[in-house]
Write a protein that binds this ligand. Structure first.
Ligand code: WQD
Length: 358
């Protein structure tokens, strides 16, 4: 007996594909939607091999309302949505801000309107990001959901902040809209089957795919962007979360939205979305491990976990990098019954096993 059909936009992306698997494993039906801007249909075959059945996929561009509407007409039994479809490269967003705002905001507006107008509860899980916090002050580390939001440094980060504002205003204005915004820290790794994983386009911007491509000999060496930060070993600290643990959090978030009852929380600790939270239909969770790791610790962890030596050099700092950030994930633990516990060595091995299949 299915728990209901979930619309998964950006379903063939890195986090989307892993969430697709976990939603199916949890007994939901899934209709995945993607325009293959940053992925390809091989991902669909990988998901089918993992779950042992055909997937339901609709190729569509969520920023094209007519195209997107056809998906809702073909699947009137959708009971919830997980929204990943967005451009997400920080550096590219600085070069092409209008492309980012148009694609990311119009896709979101289309999703909210199409879900709202379905005539039933519009349950939406939104893929947000810890970049909404900017560089937190030391006293706000580890970061909880009531840390102040700071103006993001990139149009990508600003699009996430705007998206949360649009969603919270929609919760206030439309009484059938119910939202869970999930703020990710640094998703890494790949499915243990090595059938799906991260597929960076061109030269990877993110650390772990650059590490695995260096280990595979595709890149000559890794540049460590700065070892003169005010951290124990001088390199930046982040909260690296296993993509499968992250995917499981989305299932927990959908479960929570599917609960019929709407209860107003006793304590409202998100200073930015107090009115939306008062409806009992607005939730925000930080999804991280709660443990910070430096770049150099991650490099050493990769070498010890895989036995593969890694050539790296210390390079100048990268513009826009924040020094240190990691999550306080206690609210997600308390309210979703979720935590990210996969040991970092297993996560790094999963990334390496995936790289070896490419
Ligand atoms: C991590 C650390 C780099 C590459 C970004 C986005 C965030 C999210 C995750 C989308 C930093 C260092 C990196 C390299 C290095 N993306 N590094 N050499 O910048 O924390 O977050 O990706 O949601 O929104 O902002 O991740 O992996 O790029 O960098 O030394 O070749 O690794 O300086 O300290 P980041 P990252």
């Amino acid at each position: 007996m299915s728990k209901g059909k979930i619309l998964l936009t950006g379903g063939t992306g890195f986090i989307g594909s892993h969430t697709w698997v976990e939603l199916l494993n949890a007994g939901y039906d899934v209709v995945g939607v993607d325009n293959f801007y940053n992925s390809n249909d091989k991902v669909l075959r990988g998901i089918e091999t993992i779950v042992g059945k055909k997937v339901v996929f609709e190729k569509a561009d969520c920023s094209n309302k007519e195209e997107f509407k056809k998906v809702f007409e073909a699947h009137p039994d959708i009971v919830g949505a997980v929204h990943f479809a967005a451009y997400k490269a920080v550096g590219e967003s600085i070069e092409k801000p209008l492309d980012y705002y148009r694609n990311n905001m119009v896709s979101l507006l289309n999703l909210i309107e199409l879900m709202r107008d379905c005539g039933k509860r519009a349950n939406i899980v939104f893929s947000s990001s810890a970049t909404v916090y900017g560089q937190p002050d030391k006293e706000h580390l580890p970061i909880s959901e009531n840390a102040p939001l700071k103006r993001s440094l990139s149009p990508y980060g600003k699009s996430k902040q705007m998206a949360e504002e649009i969603l919270s205003d929609s919760v206030i204005a439309y009484n059938n809209v119910k939202v869970c915004a999930l703020r990710y820290f640094n998703p890494i790794g790949a499915h243990p089957s090595a059938l799906i994983g991260e597929l960076p386009r061109g030269v990877p911007q993110n650390l772990v795919p650059f590490i695995t491509q260096t280990a595979a000999g595709i890149r000559d060496h890794l540049n460590v962007f700065g070892d003169d930060y005010n951290t124990p070993d001088g390199s930046c600290i982040r909260d690296y979360i296993y993509v499968v643990d992250l995917a499981k959090a989305h299932v927990k978030a959908i479960d929570k939205l599917m609960e019929e009852k709407v209860t107003v929380p006793e304590v409202i600790d998100e200073p930015t979305y107090v009115d939306a939270a008062k409806t009992g239909r607005w939730f925000v969770y930080n999804l991280g491990t709660g443990r910070g790791l430096s770049v150099l610790e991650l490099v050493r962890g990769f070498i010890s976990a895989t036995g593969v030596n890694l050539k790296y050099e210390i390079a100048p700092r990268r513009a826009g990098d924040i020094e240190q950030v990691w999550a306080d994930p206690s609210k997600a633990k308390r309210e979703l019954g979720w935590s990210a516990d996969t040991p970092i060595e297993d996560v790094l091995r999963s990334a390496w096993n995936w790289q070896k299949t490419l």
